[in-house]
Ligand binder design. Structure first.
Ligand code: CAA
Length: 257
């Protein structure tokens, strides 16, 4: 891995993916996103990992897709390279992903954070879709996910002007879970990850799938999937253990089975 660093032994059950192109403010070139895809595929299969955190540097989560790599491409080049299809793995990852964001989360960087399941932000974080200022538009989900997260009026304003949102504004619009001082954002992301990692990975995975479905389908289909996933948790020993522990007034020990 040249542009990312993966650590899976800092805390039990929590893996960390660090974007590591500091000089370019973690601009997301093709290789970097292929590395993220490969890391997510491996971590999703690794039983010793239950929650994944993606972070950048203090200065930049990511300043967007790599403009220098795209600048001279034709539409047909873009279509044939189809680099954004690499990003589909983030959405397909079954384990929860937390984005720990400090500094710039712009363009593809904002889209990457929004594709994760939750966002913990440093007070220095700046979110935006400034593609319009370089003569293009969001291409990795920005027009869809930002609109669903913060509503049409604000999303339209950000996407059509390229303005940035401060961390606090992003929190108040519901884009971000929590804003913390800049020394704390990674710690806070780990706290959240550790809390989820203690729970049944089977139930967590099914619950994540069900919440995500609410963005992709109408209510009736979403409710049907939710109900099936709820019933399916009863096939796990984790459900038996969780309910038995409640009855016996003790802490459950979830095995992910
Ligand atoms: N692609 C390639 N290189 C980038 C980059 C990007 N998205 N963002 C920053 N860099 C590079 C700069 O070119 C610069 O490199 P050099 O030192 O070699 O010149 C280095 O990172 C530091 O950047 P700046 O000197 O510009 O730093 P700054 O603090 O003055 O400004 C910034 C920071 C406001 C983030 C500014 O760099 C910027 O506006 N970046 C581009 C943001 C953007 O437009 N993102 C959208 C990209 S398109 C996209 O993402 C499409 C999509 O939907 C998938």
């Amino acid at each position: 891995m040249e542009f990312i660093k993966v650590t899976d032994n800092k805390e039990p059950y929590v893996a960390l993916i660090e974007l590591n192109r500091p000089k370019e403010l973690n601009a997301l070139n093709r290789q970097l996103m292929e590395e993220v895809r490969d890391a997510l595929q491996q971590l999703d299969k690794n039983d010793a990992v239950r929650v994944i955190i993606i972070t950048g540097s203090e200065q930049a989560f990511a300043a967007g897709a790599d403009i220098k790599q795209m600048a001279d491409k034709t539409a047909i080049d873009m279509l044939m390279i189809d680099q954004i299809s690499t990003w589909d793995q983030i959405r397909k990852t079954k384990k929860p992903i937390i984005a720990a964001v400090s500094g710039f989360a712009l363009g593809g960087g904002c889209e990457l954070a929004m594709t994760c399941d939750m966002i913990i932000a440093s007070e220095t974080a700046k979110f935006g879709q400034p593609e319009i200022k370089i003569g293009t538009m969001p291409g990795a989900g920005g027009t869809q996910r930002l609109t669903k997260a913060i509503g049409k009026a604000k999303a339209m304003e950000l996407i059509l002007t390229g303005r940035f949102l401060s961390a606090e504004e992003a929190r108040s619009y519901g884009l971000v879970n929590k804003v913390v001082p800049k020394e704390m954002y990674l710690y806070e992301a780990f706290q959240l990850a550790k809390e989820i990692a203690q729970l049944s990975p089977v139930a967590v995975q099914l619950a994540k799938e069900s919440v995500n479905r609410s963005f992709e389908t109408h209510l009736d289909e979403g409710l049907t999937l939710e109900r099936k996933n709820f019933y399916l948790t009863f096939a796990s020993t984790d459900q038996k253990e969780g309910m038995q522990a409640f009855v016996e007034k003790r802490k459950p020990d979830f095995k992910g089975k």
